[in-house]
Design a binder for this molecule. Sequence first.
Ligand SMILES: [Zn+2]
Length: 443
Amino acid sequence: MPYQGGNRLPAEKASKLGHLDVIRSPLVQQLCKNFNDPNCCLPVSSKILWQNLPNSGNEANIIFSTDGSLQVIENRQPPHKAIAFVKTVLFKIDQHAISKLDRETPNPFAIRDLMSDSALFHATAFPLRHAVIPGKTIYHAVREIIYESIKDKGLNDAIDGAIMETLKWLVYEKWNPTPKTQLEKFGCPHCKENVATLQFDEEKGKCPGCNGEIYITDMFGLHLNMQDDFAPNQVASDYMSVNETLMIFTPIRYFWETNKDVLKNCLMIKDGPLSLRATLAKLAAPIRRFFRFAKESEVEIAMIGQEKSGMFYDHLQLIGNTAPNYSIFIPNNEYIRSEIQHSNSIGIYGQDTNYGAKVFIKYNDYHKMVINIPTGEKGEFVNNPSSANLIAFERIIATLPKILSNRYEGALFPIELANGVASLSTYPSAKVLKLFSKDAIEK
Ligand SMILES: [Zn+2]
């Protein structure tokens, strides 16, 4: 590693002369030859079982989609004060509205009209480093902001505490006739003991060990990564991932409580995998139980998460071109471990964190995608996957062709729309955020 540049002197440059001996080695020459061969080292095709897609399902006529965006504004001068802004959006669209929009060049005014009565927004900000909140450490300020943000009334009053209701509905399992009487024990943010819990339907209470105040949102354990005056950017992205999940479950809770039959005509689309990392997985377990319970109650909830980057997406670029049109491939655990993750880990991939099975779908050369579909099972049946385990599979497959976008490869129109609304970087708001955080950061 060369030395980095400072304020006074330039950076050290690495010498290229030392490479000469290396390229004479036969092993290195062989490696370079392989490197230039696009067909070398592709996954073994006999392990990839593409199957035909069904064409018997009824398409959903109401679609909800969710997306979030995150901007960390960091001062370039030491001590690098930092604030994170998080925005999430829930978007509703029906088939009728989609059929009226031009999929190649949608009219911005038509989109604006759609947004005005079918999008819900949520936004919040976190002090991450060296930002001062009088009387509070960053540790406790961030905990409080997470709690208050989940209780948020929303930018447009429409949210009205609905996100907190959804969180309680999921973690106390209020969808079940016999809900949980208390939360599974989690690490107390004050005494650090694994004794904190809350009784049914409580949003905050006292730690049984140290009597410190605990919030329902402490169950996600985001405080485990923070120190008194330091929160990593990961805290903001973890918050965003929890909030997006709660956003997409809000219409599910609403219709479950008011008219379950509506859910049989819906498709829920989340941008990104159906997965909650590390300690957030506390939310994945009740979600899996809900999907199973709903299926057993004969209300199949159609939900997908679309992966637009990452190792599964990259793998699709390897295997997708030779796949037949209108087909699906569900990789099993062994395939995921050896061909996609290239890992020696034993155990089932994502069995605690994921609530959807990974599925590769190809409609045609332009529309290939990686989506996640819930099965309601821990480990998502990856030992022996079959499309019969994928919840509301036929409805999903019947709906996707109607919402394919022609603007980007493998794109889904509702995600594209939600993306446009949620995006902090393409919106003029990114500039505004920078301006208005300038004061806070430079003080
Ligand atoms: Zn405690």
